[in-house]
Design a protein around this ligand. Sequence first.
Ligand code: NAP
Length: 514
Amino acid sequence: MTTPLLENFVAGRWQAGTGAGTPLFDPVLGDELVRVDATVLDLPEAFRFAREEGGRALRALTYAQRGALLSQMVKVLQANREAYEAISVANSGTVKADTAVDVDGGIYTLGVYAKMGSELGERHFLTDGDLARLGKDPLFQSRHVLTPTRGVALFINAFNFPSWGLWEKAAPALLSGVPVIVKPATATAWLTQRMVQDVVNAGILPAGALSVICGSSNGLMDQLQPFDVVSFTGSADTAAVIRSHPAVAQRSVRVNVEADSVNSALLLPDASAEAVDLLVKEVAREMTVKSGQKCTAIRRVFVPQGQYDAVAKAISARLAKTTVGNPRSEGVRMGSLVSRAQFNAIQAGLAQLKAHTTVLHDGTNTPLVDADPAKACIVAPTLLGTTDPDGTAIVHDVEVFGPVATLMPYRDIEHAYTLIRRGQGSLVASVYGHDAAALSAAALELADSHGRVHVISPDVAALHTGHGNVMPQSLHGGPGRAGGGEELGGARALTFYHRRSAIQASTAVLDQLA
Ligand code: NAP
């Protein structure tokens, strides 16, 4: 039986590729679900249509009007949530809570930017900073303005967040007045395609504002012109290909990269027992949420030497309680990886790490619930440890994109900082303790090498949003190895989709641009 071929939406109409298509699978049962294909799409026309038709229509609207469109999109997506849950379980192997992180997280982010639109109001451009005098006479000054770029935003996304990955980028782009073309990762493209389909069918957005291309990325980058932007999430290897493409290297297309990251959790010296518990809980949670397939997940855990054994035991005890198996089964807390390719990659990465570390907890000894280990792409949580974090370079270099973390002891706080920095720049570090002065000192020490520092103390135990949870109000992205990108962070996210210009003129002219 042939499975359905998902259509692409470009140049204002649904179009099927003419090839046989690449199949997408249920990673738990192994069944083929749907196919994707982009063969013989007219890409120049797709990009022209989005850039010209979509861009013109979006720029004619104010921020408040575009915000209102985002609000309508939120309603449509909420109304279809059940379908998204079914697709996520089938194609990504997620348990309910993990589906929520992706689906509800995406819709929530869209809602936050919708509200921002109404706050920005009935205007077509933004100002950046105050008037700046250019000389003694205040009559002639400079003002910086931000106007929406007259290009398209191409999103090349990773497999782990087919919903959130789309909306966290599309929300600020559409609010800025910039049309979006999204190319989801093939393995989990179905959910992205379905969400775009629902929004398109609801007739909310102007023609050309939102397009989806499923299947091969061939030729996409070739379409980009100087005022377009590209936002990429995925591996460092593909990021390097994108950065060296002539569109970026020669035509100055702006690029944002979110790549891999070996994130850390740090237990401060002399932390209270409550703070230790918070670390233990968060590490176990981060390892198992979405089966560890989160770019922000904790991969390295640093604790004072004297606490290494106790923390190892406590994390292992928590992991032992995690029921792993078929996400459709009642009581299963951790589901599957998204694909056989990911299963193989994680096994290979784990073998590499295991060669240099000790296994502190091995969940593979517990049978899977309601899943055939020969078919299901499920890897149980594994906690590794090394008491030689200085000599074990591999734990600071290799990101195993699954339910795997490595525990390490440090001698003193400076040693801990040195070890954390060996990650070469990460998306997020979390710090655990009870003393506000020590926590703030650690946060500042780690800030320059991390996009986000998440500080957890007993007073915010019930309030904090989670080490790996990306909130639209806070920056997402990280320096160095993490790709050097910046996404979200409230209104700051809009700047990527605008051009900043200095207008030098009389104060009378500049007053018009307030
Ligand atoms: P990947 O292989 O680099 O793929 C990412 C995207 O790039 C997919 O849509 C892929 O399409 C596309 N692609 C592949 N080759 C391309 C090329 N030559 N030109 C243009 N596009 C191309 O990465 P992945 O394995 O799917 O993702 C896992 C990685 O993403 C992990 O390392 C993780 O750390 C990182 N990640 C980072 C974040 C973050 O926010 N920082 C979030 C999630 C994941 P196909 O699927 O069709 O090959």
